[in-house]
Design a binder for this molecule. Structure first.
Ligand SMILES: Nc1ncnc2c1ncn2[C@@H]1O[C@H](COP(=O)(O)OP(=O)(O)O)[C@@H](O)[C@H]1O
Ligand SMILES: O=C(CO)[C@H](O)[C@H](O)COP(=O)(O)O
Length: 551
């Protein structure tokens, strides 16, 4: 086991399956990322609110990126492999072949993605039961969880999918099965998305009540009756077949997986913050909130005792950091919303052309354009009369209302680049106000948060990071390794290898602080006013809906 900061001898492979792409990295025992590769994955949207993927396409992408990152390495120094992935639902038959999750019968598309909202009627009926398991998902089950999706499959694709299905996996568990042949599920996925309790196991009465008694009858073999903590070593490690696919040695340790947000949490939350002037230095780890910002944003707060926060998922025991309870707030589309607003604007082709000419990303270009047009005032003040409510895909937290929609107020006739840049800024700010709203709900229920730890694709955007600091009034810590979710996945591999005695130990050694961004307290009054408007927007939206639905 590792004591001090000796030269790295041992390496771990982390594989992170996000919504849009698969990433792999080789990470050393100090948490330094030495090789990285990324590959896009296919997505289908056959109908509005139906989002599907292919588990074979995802596995093939895992193989491509892993082979790339270990190319030229001494493979004997790779000690462990860890996976994390989005919490999408994978369906396989008795022979582990993909089954279609769509009316077209296309069995390539055997994954219902996490952001799929097809099971609206099913989730309403589940919530109407008011079953006690709902207390552990913030009081209201989300349409993005697995129970409503399973019920949808039973009610809509009985012959073509449901009757033939033998294995329903959360995507992180599918990947660890593919690598090891072990069908045991991770405590993380089952607790967070499937209503399993770390203390009491499955609740038969819930599944019977919602019409999925089938699972009880066969002792949950289709959804998992062997459960392991994240980071536990699976079976005999990597199978010869998977080793060949991935370009890794047979038998290396493979860990029970994590959902992607949870891997990001592990990658950032346990870092040693000494010497950065941060208030959380003298506080317990429960004062830290990890925010994993990709296609969606997930707000991961931990506590010693369970805290029930209305509209915030959890409390989940040991689902991220062993021995701690987890609450998970979230915003269902954040990166996807920014992309949507920018790409849908009339000035987008002009933006693209200008950004390409400067060899910049469109976001880097927009950030520098905002700096140009702000003149003497702080950049955030450009949106004094433009406000956005960001729930274009419903509200995950803290309102837990999937019927909510996006709103923009303050539109003008102009469609130029300035207009696009200011709309982009207002969208980024709206996402940060959503985070403030979530933090306030968590604090009202008993959390005490002082510092934010951001990771994920959006944390590469300095404007997004600064707005989170300014709008929440809290410092934002970024990791030394930008790809912290992959560090989290590698931490799992490191634990499975036995090189670290616990997840906590591996977290403390492998996650490192990079840049710290402090809030501009002098702008507080302005953001407090904008936050007042933000809260009014949703109030008004509810009033509009009451008017339209009234007699
Ligand atoms: N360099 C960057 N600058 C600004 N935004 C970025 C950058 N890289 C990624 N993003 C944003 O992050 C989002 C994707 O984040 P990522 O963590 O890759 O997502 P996922 O894990 O869901 O696949 C995109 O929607 C994009 O808006
Ligand atoms: O529900 C979630 C985590 O519990 C995430 O939103 C989901 O896994 C997708 O993550 P990402 O936006 O990073 O692709």
């Amino acid at each position: 086991m590792f004591g001090g900061e000796q030269e790295p001898d041992n390496y771990y492979v982390g594989i992170d399956v996000g919504t849009g792409s698969v990433r792999a990295a080789v990470v050393d025992q100090r948490g330094v990322l030495v090789a990285y590769s990324e590959q896009p994955i296919k997505k289908w949207e056959p109908q509005f609110n139906h989002h599907e993927q292919s588990s074979e396409d995802i596995w093939a992408a895992c193989c491509v990126v892993t082979k790339k990152v270990v190319q030229g390495m001494d493979l004997s120094r790779i000690r462990g492999l860890g996976f994390d992935a989005t919490c999408s639902l994978v369906v396989l038959d008795k022979q582990f072949r993909p089954l279609p999750v769509n009316h077209e019968g296309d069995s390539r598309r055997n994954v219902i993605m996490w952001l799929d909202h097809r099971a609206v009627s099913q989730v309403h009926r589940i919530n109407e039961t008011k079953h006690s398991v709902l207390q552990y998902v913030g009081g209201v089950m989300s349409v993005e969880m697995q129970a409503p999706k399973l019920l949808w499959l039973k009610e809509n694709l009985k012959e073509t999918c449901w009757d033939k299905a033998r294995h329903f996996f959360d995507l992180p568990d599918f990947l660890s099965w593919k690598a090891t042949g072990v069908i045991a599920r991770s405590l993380c996925s089952l607790v967070c998305k499937w209503t399993y309790s770390a203390e009491k196991g499955w609740d038969d009465s819930f599944w019977k009540l919602i019409g999925l008694e089938d699972f009880v009858a066969d002792n949950y073999s289709k959804i998992g009756n062997q459960v392991l903590p994240p980071g536990a070593s699976l079976g005999s490690g990597l199978t010869p077949e998977a080793a060949k696919d991935l370009g890794l040695p047979t038998g290396i340790a493979v860990a029970a997986s994590l959902i992607d947000a949870h891997a990001g949490g592990l990658g950032v939350i346990g870092a040693d913050v000494r010497g950065n002037g941060l208030i959380c230095e003298g506080q317990p780890v429960t004062s830290r909130l990890a925010i994993i910002c990709g296609t969606s944003s997930c707000h991961m707060g931990i506590s010693k005792d369970p805290i029930f926060v209305p509209g915030i998922w959890g409390p989940y025991f040991s689902a991220m950091v062993p021995g701690f309870w987890l609450n998970e707030g979230g915003q269902s589309v954040t990166g996807k919303l920014i992309d949507h607003m920018v790409q849908g604007h009339a000035a987008f082709p002009e933006l693209q052309a200008k950004a390409t000419a400067r060899c910049q990303s469109v976001y880097a270009y927009l950030n520098s354009h905002l700096d140009l047009i702000k003149k003497a005032q702080p950049v955030g003040f450009l949106t004094v009369d433009l406000h956005v409510w960001p729930d274009f895909h419903g509200n995950r937290s803290p309102l837990a209302d999937l019927t909510l929609k996006g709103m923009v107020t303050g539109l003008k006739l102009s469609q130029d680049l300035d207009d696009l840049a200011i709309l982009y800024l207002a969208t980024v700010q709206a996402i940060a106000f959503g985070t403030r709203f979530i933090i306030e709900a968590m604090e009202a229920a008993g959390h005490s948060i002082s510092t934010l730890f951001l990771c994920g694709g959006l944390s590469k955007n300095p404007l997004f990071v600064q707005m989170h600091a300014d709008i929440t009034g809290m410092p934002v810590v970024l990791s030394k390794e930008v790809e912290s979710v992959l560090v989290g996945a590698a931490i799992l591999g490191a634990c499975a290898s036995g090189d670290f005695p616990s997840v906590q130990e591996a977290m403390a050694r492998m996650s490192k602080v990079g840049k710290v961004v402090f809030p501009r307290h002098e702008d507080k009054k302005y953001y407090d006013k904008k936050y007042q408007v933000f809260l009014k927007l949703v109030e008004h939206q509810k009033e509009y809906s009451a008017i339209m639905n009234g007699d």
